[in-house]
Unconditional design. Sequence first.
Length: 38
Amino acid sequence: GIIEMNHPDNKNHLYKAVMRDGDILLNRIQKLARVINA
């Protein structure tokens, strides 16, 4: 519900999850870029 969504811990958890997924995606893009440039 609304109370859970407004809880700081849930926002922090979501933020960390997004950042982790972003790092994984960035690593994949960097590896792909190396293959293309090689």
